[in-house]
Design a binder for this molecule. Structure first.
Ligand SMILES: O=c1ccn([C@@H]2O[C@@H]3COP(=O)(O)O[C@H]3[C@H]2O)c(=O)[nH]1
Ligand SMILES: [Zn+2]
Ligand SMILES: [Zn+2]
Length: 245
């Protein structure tokens, strides 16, 4: 099954030339929003879209560039569009997302007292794939990002790996490609500095050539243009462009 992907943004958390690294996965009659950061409402607007065209949202982890737009999404769905869309999220993140991120803004006595009042919450277990739509199947893979903060990458349709923010994990990438038939890797990438909580370009360049060929780079900083031509066979994902993967 091919996957139609449109990044609404490809920037790292503090990038100013690119929107937050959030994506649309577009099936025939279904649109999945993959992460919903602070810039997601504006990024969708730039595409001539709004949250009204979104049918479900999937969250990788709780950082503002991945969840900061959820309050607007929730309010618009409840107050403006009268819809409750599916929220796919690791079971371990359901409680923290409500208690630590959304409750402060969304809580309304009698009407919004839990995540279930604004979303159709679908808790996911890592390692168990679910069908989100006829053409979108997703399996969470827990990956390391920041100590004590759970974070989940996604394996789509048993062939496409979409990294959450993560530190370099060459064993996982080798295993996915060599044992699970992974054909495409969409990977976050820190171009400059040490990769304390992210994966550096240098680390990705150390992978075997047959794996590098599968990699598209995303979640990069404003310095991206000066790195064009310096990524060997890896390509930068471009925000707003539609990819058939
Ligand atoms: O130990 C830490 C924790 C955080 N940070 C920064 O905060 C950002 C949060 O969003 P992000 O995960 O996309 O990127 C992170 C980094 O830019 C960091 O550099 N070191
Ligand atoms: Zn991020
Ligand atoms: Zn993060």
């Amino acid at each position: 099954m091919t996957l139609k992907l449109q990044m609404i943004g490809t920037g790292g958390a503090f990038a100013k030339s690119f929107f937050n690294n959030n994506a649309l996965i577009i099936d025939e009659n279904f649109t999945l929003l993959l992460d919903c950061g602070v810039t997601a409402p504006m990024a969708l607007h730039r595409l001539g879209r709004s949250f009204e065209s979104v049918d479900a949202v999937l969250i990788t982890h709780i950082h503002a560039d991945h969840v900061g737009g959820l309050e607007e999404l929730a309010f618009r769905m409840k107050m403006q569009y009268n819809r409750k869309i599916a929220l796919y999220i690791a079971e371990a993140l359901v409680m923290p997302l409500w208690e630590n991120t959304l409750r402060g803004g969304l809580y309304q006595e009698g009407s919004i007292t839990s995540l279930n009042d604004v979303f159709d919450v679908r808790p996911l277990q890592p390692g168990t794939a679910v069908d989100i739509s006829p053409g979108i199947r997703a399996e969470l893979i827990q990956t390391r990002h920041i100590p004590g903060k759970d974070s989940f990458s996604i394996y789509f349709n048993d062939r496409i790996f979409y990294s959450a923010d993560m530190i370099f994990d060459p064993e996982l990438l080798n295993r996915l490609v060599n044992e699970r038939g992974c054909e495409v890797i969409l990977h976050e990438c820190q171009l400059e500095g040490h990769g304390a909580v992210h994966t550096t370009l240098e680390e990705l360049l150390s992978l075997p050539e047959h794996i590098c060929k599968q990699i598209y780079l995303m979640h990069y900083g404003d310095e991206m243009r000066s790195y064009e031509g310096r990524t060997d066979s890896m390509q930068f994902l471009e925000q707003q462009r539609i990819y058939e993967l």
